[in-house]
Design a protein. Sequence first.
Length: 516
Amino acid sequence: MKNCFLLTAFTAALLSGAGLDQARTESGAISGAASLKPGVRAFKGIPFAAPPVGDLRWRAPEPPAPWQGILKADHFAPICPQTTDDPDSVYYLDPGPQTIQEDCLYLNVWTPAKSASERLPVMVWIFGGGFTHGSGTEKYYWGDDLAAKGAVVVTFDYRVGALGFLAHPDLTRESGHNASGNYGLLDQVAALQWVRRNIAAFGGDPGRVTIFGQSAGGSAVGQLTVSPLARGLFQRAIAHSGGIGAGAGGRKLADAEQAGVEFAAALGAKSIADLRAKTVEEIAGAQGRFGPIVDGYVVAADAASIYGERKQNGGPLIAGSTANEGGVRRITASAEEATRQARTAYGDQADAYLKLYPAGSGAQAVASAYAVAADRTAASQRAWARLHTASGGKAYLYLFSRVPPFPPDAKFRENDTALIGAYHAVDLIYVFNHLYLKDWPWQEADRRVADTMSSYWVNFATKGDPNGKGLPPWPAYNDSDQQWMVFGDKIGAQPLKKAQFDFLDAHPFAGGRGGR
Protein backbone atom coordinates (compact mmCIF):
# COMPACT_ATOMS: atom_id res chain seq x y z
CA MET A 1 0.00 0.00 0.00
CA LYS A 2 1.12 3.52 -0.70
CA ASN A 3 1.52 4.62 2.90
CA CYS A 4 3.57 1.57 3.83
CA PHE A 5 7.01 3.15 3.78
CA LEU A 6 9.17 1.46 1.19
CA LEU A 7 12.41 2.12 2.96
CA THR A 8 14.98 -0.57 3.43
CA ALA A 9 14.92 -1.29 7.15
CA PHE A 10 18.18 -2.15 8.80
CA THR A 11 18.84 -3.66 12.17
CA ALA A 12 18.25 -0.82 14.65
CA ALA A 13 21.31 -0.29 16.77
CA LEU A 14 22.70 2.18 19.25
CA LEU A 15 25.50 4.43 18.18
CA SER A 16 28.80 3.04 19.32
CA GLY A 17 29.52 3.89 22.93
CA ALA A 18 26.55 6.24 23.23
CA GLY A 19 24.20 4.13 25.34
CA LEU A 20 20.61 5.27 24.99
CA ASP A 21 21.55 8.91 24.97
CA GLN A 22 21.68 8.39 21.22
CA ALA A 23 19.94 5.95 18.90
CA ARG A 24 19.85 5.29 15.19
CA THR A 25 16.52 5.10 13.39
CA GLU A 26 16.06 4.21 9.74
CA SER A 27 16.00 7.94 8.88
CA GLY A 28 19.06 8.94 10.88
CA ALA A 29 20.70 9.25 14.26
CA ILE A 30 18.99 11.03 17.17
CA SER A 31 19.92 12.12 20.66
CA GLY A 32 17.55 12.21 23.62
CA ALA A 33 17.42 13.98 26.95
CA ALA A 34 16.72 13.30 30.60
CA SER A 35 13.07 12.81 31.52
CA LEU A 36 11.14 13.57 34.69
CA LYS A 37 12.16 10.19 36.17
CA PRO A 38 15.70 9.01 36.92
CA GLY A 39 16.78 6.23 34.59
CA VAL A 40 14.31 7.14 31.85
CA ARG A 41 15.40 8.83 28.63
CA ALA A 42 13.03 10.87 26.48
CA PHE A 43 13.29 11.29 22.71
CA LYS A 44 10.86 13.96 21.54
CA GLY A 45 9.76 15.26 18.15
CA ILE A 46 10.88 12.34 15.97
CA PRO A 47 9.37 12.54 12.46
CA PHE A 48 7.52 9.35 11.52
CA ALA A 49 6.13 10.75 8.25
CA ALA A 50 6.68 13.58 5.82
CA PRO A 51 4.87 16.86 6.52
CA PRO A 52 1.29 16.39 5.20
CA VAL A 53 1.26 19.79 3.51
CA GLY A 54 0.69 21.11 0.01
CA ASP A 55 -0.04 18.25 -2.37
CA LEU A 56 0.28 15.78 0.55
CA ARG A 57 -2.74 17.27 2.30
CA TRP A 58 -5.46 14.57 2.35
CA ARG A 59 -3.12 11.84 1.21
CA ALA A 60 -1.77 8.80 3.01
CA PRO A 61 1.39 9.64 4.97
CA GLU A 62 4.69 9.43 3.08
CA PRO A 63 8.11 8.48 4.51
CA PRO A 64 10.03 11.14 6.45
CA ALA A 65 13.09 12.58 4.76
CA PRO A 66 16.38 11.14 6.08
CA TRP A 67 18.81 13.52 7.74
CA GLN A 68 22.54 13.81 8.19
CA GLY A 69 24.27 14.17 11.52
CA ILE A 70 22.40 13.79 14.80
CA LEU A 71 18.88 15.10 15.27
CA LYS A 72 18.42 16.60 18.74
CA ALA A 73 15.17 15.04 19.96
CA ASP A 74 14.97 17.11 23.13
CA HIS A 75 11.75 19.08 22.58
CA PHE A 76 8.22 18.40 21.37
CA ALA A 77 7.24 19.14 17.79
CA PRO A 78 4.24 21.27 16.78
CA ILE A 79 0.77 19.81 17.26
CA CYS A 80 -1.80 19.44 14.50
CA PRO A 81 -4.23 22.31 13.75
CA GLN A 82 -7.05 22.44 16.31
CA THR A 83 -8.67 24.37 19.13
CA THR A 84 -6.96 23.70 22.47
CA ASP A 85 -8.37 23.48 26.01
CA ASP A 86 -8.77 26.74 27.89
CA PRO A 87 -7.37 27.33 31.40
CA ASP A 88 -10.84 27.10 32.97
CA SER A 89 -11.29 23.50 31.82
CA VAL A 90 -11.03 20.58 34.23
CA TYR A 91 -8.79 18.99 31.59
CA TYR A 92 -6.32 21.84 31.41
CA LEU A 93 -2.64 21.39 32.11
CA ASP A 94 -0.32 24.21 31.13
CA PRO A 95 1.40 22.83 28.01
CA GLY A 96 4.29 25.25 28.16
CA PRO A 97 5.75 26.48 24.86
CA GLN A 98 3.60 25.06 22.09
CA THR A 99 3.08 25.70 18.39
CA ILE A 100 0.32 24.54 16.06
CA GLN A 101 0.99 23.83 12.41
CA GLU A 102 0.12 21.42 9.61
CA ASP A 103 3.60 19.86 9.71
CA CYS A 104 2.78 17.76 12.77
CA LEU A 105 3.45 14.04 12.21
CA TYR A 106 5.96 13.41 14.96
CA LEU A 107 6.26 10.98 17.84
CA ASN A 108 7.93 10.74 21.24
CA VAL A 109 9.63 7.82 22.98
CA TRP A 110 10.32 7.33 26.70
CA THR A 111 12.57 4.38 27.49
CA PRO A 112 14.07 2.93 30.67
CA ALA A 113 16.32 0.58 28.67
CA LYS A 114 20.02 0.67 29.27
CA SER A 115 20.74 -1.14 26.02
CA ALA A 116 18.96 -1.94 22.78
CA SER A 117 19.04 -5.64 23.62
CA GLU A 118 16.54 -5.45 26.50
CA ARG A 119 13.41 -6.06 24.35
CA LEU A 120 11.01 -4.36 26.76
CA PRO A 121 7.24 -4.24 26.20
CA VAL A 122 6.07 -1.27 24.15
CA MET A 123 3.00 0.86 24.92
CA VAL A 124 1.76 3.13 22.12
CA TRP A 125 -0.70 5.81 23.22
CA ILE A 126 -3.48 7.20 20.98
CA PHE A 127 -4.89 10.47 22.29
CA GLY A 128 -8.57 11.38 22.46
CA GLY A 129 -10.40 14.58 21.69
CA GLY A 130 -13.37 13.70 19.53
CA PHE A 131 -11.10 13.43 16.46
CA THR A 132 -11.12 17.25 16.41
CA HIS A 133 -8.40 18.10 18.93
CA GLY A 134 -5.75 16.57 21.18
CA SER A 135 -2.08 15.77 20.98
CA GLY A 136 0.43 13.14 22.00
CA THR A 137 2.44 15.87 23.72
CA GLU A 138 -0.20 16.71 26.34
CA LYS A 139 1.20 16.40 29.85
CA TYR A 140 -1.47 13.85 30.72
CA TYR A 141 0.26 11.48 28.32
CA TRP A 142 3.90 11.95 29.16
CA GLY A 143 5.43 8.50 29.47
CA ASP A 144 8.03 9.07 32.19
CA ASP A 145 6.29 7.19 34.98
CA LEU A 146 5.00 4.23 32.97
CA ALA A 147 8.45 3.85 31.47
CA ALA A 148 9.92 3.82 34.98
CA LYS A 149 7.84 0.68 35.60
CA GLY A 150 9.50 -1.16 32.73
CA ALA A 151 7.86 -0.27 29.42
CA VAL A 152 8.93 1.74 26.40
CA VAL A 153 6.19 4.34 25.91
CA VAL A 154 5.39 6.01 22.58
CA THR A 155 3.02 8.92 21.94
CA PHE A 156 2.37 10.58 18.60
CA ASP A 157 0.22 13.11 16.80
CA TYR A 158 -2.23 12.34 14.02
CA ARG A 159 -4.30 14.65 11.82
CA VAL A 160 -7.64 15.68 13.33
CA GLY A 161 -10.76 17.48 12.14
CA ALA A 162 -11.17 18.19 8.44
CA LEU A 163 -7.44 17.71 7.80
CA GLY A 164 -7.61 14.19 9.22
CA PHE A 165 -11.03 12.91 8.21
CA LEU A 166 -12.40 14.71 5.15
CA ALA A 167 -13.93 12.36 2.59
CA HIS A 168 -14.72 13.55 -0.94
CA PRO A 169 -15.46 11.76 -4.24
CA ASP A 170 -12.39 13.35 -5.88
CA LEU A 171 -10.16 12.20 -3.01
CA THR A 172 -11.62 8.72 -3.34
CA ARG A 173 -10.81 8.63 -7.06
CA GLU A 174 -7.23 9.82 -6.66
CA SER A 175 -6.43 7.52 -3.72
CA GLY A 176 -5.75 4.36 -5.70
CA HIS A 177 -7.83 2.44 -3.15
CA ASN A 178 -11.29 3.82 -3.91
CA ALA A 179 -11.42 5.29 -0.42
CA SER A 180 -10.98 8.58 1.38
CA GLY A 181 -11.56 10.15 4.77
CA ASN A 182 -9.50 8.10 7.22
CA TYR A 183 -6.22 10.01 7.01
CA GLY A 184 -5.96 10.28 10.80
CA LEU A 185 -6.20 6.48 11.04
CA LEU A 186 -3.60 6.13 8.28
CA ASP A 187 -1.32 8.32 10.41
CA GLN A 188 -1.86 5.94 13.31
CA VAL A 189 -0.98 2.96 11.11
CA ALA A 190 2.15 4.79 9.92
CA ALA A 191 3.21 5.47 13.52
CA LEU A 192 2.76 1.79 14.37
CA GLN A 193 4.77 0.81 11.29
CA TRP A 194 7.53 3.15 12.49
CA VAL A 195 7.42 1.45 15.88
CA ARG A 196 7.73 -1.98 14.30
CA ARG A 197 10.78 -0.91 12.28
CA ASN A 198 12.56 1.28 14.82
CA ILE A 199 11.59 0.59 18.42
CA ALA A 200 14.33 -2.00 18.94
CA ALA A 201 16.81 0.90 18.86
CA PHE A 202 15.22 2.11 22.10
CA GLY A 203 15.25 -1.26 23.85
CA GLY A 204 11.69 -2.11 22.85
CA ASP A 205 10.28 -5.39 21.55
CA PRO A 206 8.50 -4.87 18.19
CA GLY A 207 6.71 -8.17 18.73
CA ARG A 208 5.20 -7.07 22.05
CA VAL A 209 3.28 -3.86 21.33
CA THR A 210 0.18 -2.67 23.20
CA ILE A 211 -1.96 0.11 21.78
CA PHE A 212 -4.02 2.10 24.28
CA GLY A 213 -6.22 5.15 23.96
CA GLN A 214 -9.08 7.08 25.53
CA SER A 215 -12.40 8.42 24.20
CA ALA A 216 -11.75 9.06 20.49
CA GLY A 217 -8.42 7.36 21.08
CA GLY A 218 -10.30 4.36 22.48
CA SER A 219 -12.49 4.39 19.39
CA ALA A 220 -9.32 4.47 17.27
CA VAL A 221 -8.04 1.45 19.18
CA GLY A 222 -11.28 -0.29 18.25
CA GLN A 223 -10.92 0.68 14.58
CA LEU A 224 -7.33 -0.59 14.52
CA THR A 225 -8.45 -3.95 15.88
CA VAL A 226 -10.57 -4.40 12.75
CA SER A 227 -8.36 -2.65 10.17
CA PRO A 228 -6.55 -4.95 7.73
CA LEU A 229 -3.80 -2.32 7.47
CA ALA A 230 -2.93 -2.73 11.16
CA ARG A 231 -2.55 -6.51 11.07
CA GLY A 232 0.60 -7.59 12.87
CA LEU A 233 1.42 -4.12 14.18
CA PHE A 234 0.29 -4.75 17.78
CA GLN A 235 -0.47 -7.68 20.05
CA ARG A 236 -2.63 -6.17 22.83
CA ALA A 237 -5.16 -3.37 23.16
CA ILE A 238 -6.55 -1.14 25.92
CA ALA A 239 -9.52 1.20 25.45
CA HIS A 240 -10.63 3.85 27.93
CA SER A 241 -14.20 5.17 27.54
CA GLY A 242 -14.41 4.36 23.86
CA GLY A 243 -14.19 1.50 21.43
CA ILE A 244 -16.48 -0.35 19.07
CA GLY A 245 -19.37 -1.32 21.36
CA ALA A 246 -21.42 -4.08 19.79
CA GLY A 247 -19.59 -3.31 16.57
CA ALA A 248 -22.61 -2.79 14.34
CA GLY A 249 -23.01 0.07 11.90
CA GLY A 250 -20.51 2.83 11.30
CA ARG A 251 -20.71 5.86 9.03
CA LYS A 252 -20.31 4.82 5.40
CA LEU A 253 -18.07 6.32 2.70
CA ALA A 254 -20.90 7.59 0.49
CA ASP A 255 -22.43 9.62 3.33
CA ALA A 256 -19.05 11.07 4.30
CA GLU A 257 -18.29 11.92 0.66
CA GLN A 258 -21.53 13.87 0.36
CA ALA A 259 -20.67 15.76 3.53
CA GLY A 260 -17.26 16.49 2.01
CA VAL A 261 -18.86 17.94 -1.12
CA GLU A 262 -20.95 20.23 1.05
CA PHE A 263 -17.87 21.17 3.09
CA ALA A 264 -15.97 22.16 -0.06
CA ALA A 265 -18.93 24.16 -1.40
CA ALA A 266 -19.20 26.10 1.86
CA LEU A 267 -15.57 27.18 1.38
CA GLY A 268 -16.14 28.12 -2.25
CA ALA A 269 -13.84 25.32 -3.44
CA LYS A 270 -14.67 23.78 -6.82
CA SER A 271 -11.94 21.15 -6.74
CA ILE A 272 -9.55 19.36 -4.41
CA ALA A 273 -6.83 21.62 -5.78
CA ASP A 274 -8.87 24.57 -4.55
CA LEU A 275 -9.19 22.95 -1.12
CA ARG A 276 -5.46 22.24 -0.96
CA ALA A 277 -4.84 25.90 -1.75
CA LYS A 278 -6.89 27.02 1.25
CA THR A 279 -5.06 28.10 4.37
CA VAL A 280 -4.96 25.91 7.43
CA GLU A 281 -7.06 28.49 9.25
CA GLU A 282 -9.77 28.35 6.58
CA ILE A 283 -9.91 24.55 6.69
CA ALA A 284 -9.72 24.16 10.45
CA GLY A 285 -12.27 26.92 11.04
CA ALA A 286 -14.97 25.43 8.79
CA GLN A 287 -17.80 23.38 10.26
CA GLY A 288 -18.29 19.69 9.62
CA ARG A 289 -18.57 16.23 11.11
CA PHE A 290 -15.27 14.37 11.10
CA GLY A 291 -14.15 10.98 12.35
CA PRO A 292 -13.42 7.43 11.19
CA ILE A 293 -15.73 5.86 8.63
CA VAL A 294 -16.22 2.46 7.04
CA ASP A 295 -14.37 3.20 3.81
CA GLY A 296 -13.77 -0.34 2.57
CA TYR A 297 -10.00 0.08 2.83
CA VAL A 298 -8.68 1.33 6.17
CA VAL A 299 -11.86 0.08 7.86
CA ALA A 300 -13.05 -2.67 5.55
CA ALA A 301 -16.39 -3.41 7.22
CA ASP A 302 -18.30 -2.90 10.47
CA ALA A 303 -16.65 -4.37 13.52
CA ALA A 304 -19.33 -6.97 14.24
CA SER A 305 -18.70 -8.55 10.84
CA ILE A 306 -14.93 -8.56 11.33
CA TYR A 307 -15.19 -10.09 14.78
CA GLY A 308 -17.82 -12.57 13.58
CA GLU A 309 -15.33 -13.86 11.01
CA ARG A 310 -12.52 -13.85 13.62
CA LYS A 311 -10.45 -11.50 11.48
CA GLN A 312 -9.73 -8.94 14.19
CA ASN A 313 -6.19 -7.87 15.09
CA GLY A 314 -4.33 -8.20 18.34
CA GLY A 315 -4.77 -10.46 21.33
CA PRO A 316 -5.99 -9.68 24.87
CA LEU A 317 -8.14 -6.60 25.54
CA ILE A 318 -8.74 -4.25 28.47
CA ALA A 319 -11.81 -2.01 28.18
CA GLY A 320 -13.46 0.27 30.71
CA SER A 321 -14.92 3.65 31.54
CA THR A 322 -15.54 6.08 34.39
CA ALA A 323 -18.42 6.22 36.85
CA ASN A 324 -19.55 9.68 35.72
CA GLU A 325 -18.84 9.86 32.00
CA GLY A 326 -21.33 12.71 31.63
CA GLY A 327 -19.95 14.72 34.54
CA VAL A 328 -18.42 17.26 32.18
CA ARG A 329 -21.90 18.15 30.89
CA ARG A 330 -24.52 20.21 32.70
CA ILE A 331 -27.60 18.00 32.84
CA THR A 332 -30.91 19.37 34.01
CA ALA A 333 -34.12 17.39 34.42
CA SER A 334 -37.39 17.45 36.33
CA ALA A 335 -39.25 14.38 37.56
CA GLU A 336 -42.11 15.09 35.15
CA GLU A 337 -39.87 15.65 32.14
CA ALA A 338 -37.76 12.54 32.83
CA THR A 339 -40.84 10.37 33.27
CA ARG A 340 -42.41 11.70 30.07
CA GLN A 341 -39.20 11.10 28.10
CA ALA A 342 -38.95 7.57 29.46
CA ARG A 343 -42.50 6.74 28.37
CA THR A 344 -41.88 8.25 24.92
CA ALA A 345 -38.61 6.41 24.44
CA TYR A 346 -39.47 3.03 25.96
CA GLY A 347 -43.24 2.67 25.72
CA ASP A 348 -44.42 -0.36 27.65
CA GLN A 349 -40.84 -0.83 28.95
CA ALA A 350 -40.81 2.59 30.61
CA ASP A 351 -41.66 1.21 34.05
CA ALA A 352 -38.74 -1.21 33.80
CA TYR A 353 -36.45 1.68 32.84
CA LEU A 354 -37.72 3.90 35.67
CA LYS A 355 -37.13 1.10 38.15
CA LEU A 356 -33.47 1.03 37.09
CA TYR A 357 -33.20 4.80 36.69
CA PRO A 358 -35.83 6.37 38.98
CA ALA A 359 -37.16 9.89 38.55
CA GLY A 360 -39.28 10.38 41.64
CA SER A 361 -37.86 13.87 42.18
CA GLY A 362 -35.84 16.41 40.26
CA ALA A 363 -32.65 15.46 42.07
CA GLN A 364 -33.31 11.78 41.41
CA ALA A 365 -33.98 12.47 37.72
CA VAL A 366 -30.69 14.34 37.36
CA ALA A 367 -28.77 11.58 39.17
CA SER A 368 -30.35 8.98 36.88
CA ALA A 369 -29.48 10.99 33.79
CA TYR A 370 -25.81 11.02 34.82
CA ALA A 371 -26.03 7.29 35.63
CA VAL A 372 -27.45 6.50 32.18
CA ALA A 373 -24.68 8.49 30.48
CA ALA A 374 -22.07 6.45 32.32
CA ASP A 375 -23.86 3.12 31.96
CA ARG A 376 -24.28 3.45 28.20
CA THR A 377 -20.52 3.82 27.81
CA ALA A 378 -19.86 0.94 30.21
CA ALA A 379 -22.45 -1.26 28.49
CA SER A 380 -20.75 -0.52 25.17
CA GLN A 381 -17.44 -1.68 26.62
CA ARG A 382 -19.09 -4.87 27.88
CA ALA A 383 -20.54 -5.44 24.42
CA TRP A 384 -17.04 -5.20 22.95
CA ALA A 385 -15.70 -7.62 25.56
CA ARG A 386 -18.47 -10.04 24.58
CA LEU A 387 -17.55 -9.80 20.89
CA HIS A 388 -13.92 -10.28 21.77
CA THR A 389 -14.40 -13.31 23.99
CA ALA A 390 -16.93 -14.90 21.62
CA SER A 391 -14.31 -14.74 18.88
CA GLY A 392 -11.72 -16.51 21.01
CA GLY A 393 -9.99 -13.62 22.78
CA LYS A 394 -9.52 -12.74 26.44
CA ALA A 395 -10.88 -9.47 27.84
CA TYR A 396 -10.72 -7.57 31.12
CA LEU A 397 -13.27 -4.91 32.12
CA TYR A 398 -12.85 -2.04 34.57
CA LEU A 399 -14.77 0.86 36.12
CA PHE A 400 -12.98 3.94 37.43
CA SER A 401 -15.05 5.41 40.28
CA ARG A 402 -12.51 7.32 42.37
CA VAL A 403 -13.61 10.97 42.64
CA PRO A 404 -10.46 13.10 42.67
CA PRO A 405 -9.96 15.63 45.47
CA PHE A 406 -10.69 18.88 43.66
CA PRO A 407 -9.22 22.00 45.29
CA PRO A 408 -11.84 23.61 47.59
CA ASP A 409 -12.01 26.77 45.48
CA ALA A 410 -11.94 25.02 42.08
CA LYS A 411 -14.35 26.29 39.43
CA PHE A 412 -14.45 24.60 36.05
CA ARG A 413 -16.33 25.74 32.98
CA GLU A 414 -17.73 22.26 32.34
CA ASN A 415 -19.77 21.83 35.53
CA ASP A 416 -19.94 22.29 39.29
CA THR A 417 -17.34 20.18 41.08
CA ALA A 418 -20.07 18.44 43.09
CA LEU A 419 -21.48 17.09 39.82
CA ILE A 420 -18.27 16.39 37.91
CA GLY A 421 -17.32 13.37 40.03
CA ALA A 422 -15.30 10.60 38.35
CA TYR A 423 -15.53 12.37 35.01
CA HIS A 424 -14.66 11.31 31.48
CA ALA A 425 -10.83 11.01 31.23
CA VAL A 426 -10.12 11.37 34.95
CA ASP A 427 -8.57 7.89 34.91
CA LEU A 428 -5.70 9.00 32.68
CA ILE A 429 -3.66 10.91 35.24
CA TYR A 430 -3.86 7.78 37.41
CA VAL A 431 -2.98 5.31 34.64
CA PHE A 432 0.02 7.39 33.63
CA ASN A 433 0.88 7.59 37.35
CA HIS A 434 1.77 11.26 37.49
CA LEU A 435 -0.63 12.90 39.92
CA TYR A 436 2.07 15.46 40.64
CA LEU A 437 1.30 17.21 37.35
CA LYS A 438 -1.89 18.66 38.91
CA ASP A 439 -1.70 20.74 42.06
CA TRP A 440 -4.64 19.02 43.72
CA PRO A 441 -4.77 17.81 47.35
CA TRP A 442 -4.08 14.18 46.49
CA GLN A 443 -4.70 11.60 49.20
CA GLU A 444 -3.20 8.22 49.93
CA ALA A 445 -6.16 6.55 48.18
CA ASP A 446 -5.32 8.45 44.98
CA ARG A 447 -1.69 7.42 45.12
CA ARG A 448 -2.72 3.80 45.72
CA VAL A 449 -5.07 3.82 42.70
CA ALA A 450 -2.44 5.42 40.47
CA ASP A 451 0.26 2.95 41.49
CA THR A 452 -2.08 -0.04 41.12
CA MET A 453 -3.55 0.96 37.73
CA SER A 454 -0.19 1.78 36.20
CA SER A 455 1.16 -1.56 37.44
CA TYR A 456 -1.78 -3.45 35.90
CA TRP A 457 -1.27 -1.64 32.59
CA VAL A 458 2.46 -2.38 32.42
CA ASN A 459 1.83 -6.01 33.43
CA PHE A 460 -0.71 -6.31 30.63
CA ALA A 461 1.74 -4.85 28.14
CA THR A 462 4.39 -7.26 29.40
CA LYS A 463 2.46 -10.55 29.33
CA GLY A 464 -1.10 -9.94 28.15
CA ASP A 465 -2.50 -10.31 31.68
CA PRO A 466 -2.81 -7.40 34.14
CA ASN A 467 -2.40 -9.56 37.24
CA GLY A 468 0.82 -9.56 39.21
CA LYS A 469 2.38 -9.99 42.62
CA GLY A 470 0.85 -7.82 45.33
CA LEU A 471 -2.12 -6.72 43.21
CA PRO A 472 -5.80 -7.57 43.81
CA PRO A 473 -6.87 -10.43 41.48
CA TRP A 474 -8.47 -9.17 38.28
CA PRO A 475 -10.62 -11.90 36.69
CA ALA A 476 -10.99 -12.08 32.93
CA TYR A 477 -14.48 -11.29 31.66
CA ASN A 478 -16.92 -14.10 31.07
CA ASP A 479 -20.67 -14.03 30.48
CA SER A 480 -21.48 -16.48 33.24
CA ASP A 481 -19.71 -14.46 35.94
CA GLN A 482 -19.78 -10.84 34.83
CA GLN A 483 -17.23 -8.97 36.91
CA TRP A 484 -15.12 -5.90 36.44
CA MET A 485 -12.26 -4.36 38.36
CA VAL A 486 -13.39 -1.26 40.25
CA PHE A 487 -10.84 1.48 40.91
CA GLY A 488 -12.46 3.56 43.61
CA ASP A 489 -11.88 4.39 47.24
CA LYS A 490 -11.21 0.66 47.39
CA ILE A 491 -9.83 -1.52 44.61
CA GLY A 492 -11.26 -4.91 43.79
CA ALA A 493 -13.34 -7.04 41.45
CA GLN A 494 -17.11 -6.64 41.71
CA PRO A 495 -20.19 -7.79 39.77
CA LEU A 496 -21.00 -5.26 37.07
CA LYS A 497 -24.43 -3.66 36.56
CA LYS A 498 -25.91 -6.50 34.56
CA ALA A 499 -29.59 -5.51 34.77
CA GLN A 500 -28.86 -1.94 33.66
CA PHE A 501 -26.53 -3.00 30.85
CA ASP A 502 -28.93 -5.65 29.59
CA PHE A 503 -31.72 -3.06 29.38
CA LEU A 504 -29.52 -0.53 27.59
CA ASP A 505 -28.25 -3.16 25.17
CA ALA A 506 -31.84 -4.02 24.31
CA HIS A 507 -32.70 -0.33 23.80
CA PRO A 508 -29.82 1.34 21.94
CA PHE A 509 -29.72 5.10 21.87
CA ALA A 510 -28.32 7.14 19.00
CA GLY A 511 -27.44 10.17 21.14
CA GLY A 512 -24.02 10.96 22.49
CA ARG A 513 -22.47 10.87 25.92
CA GLY A 514 -20.40 13.36 27.80
CA GLY A 515 -16.79 13.60 26.82
CA ARG A 516 -13.84 15.57 25.54
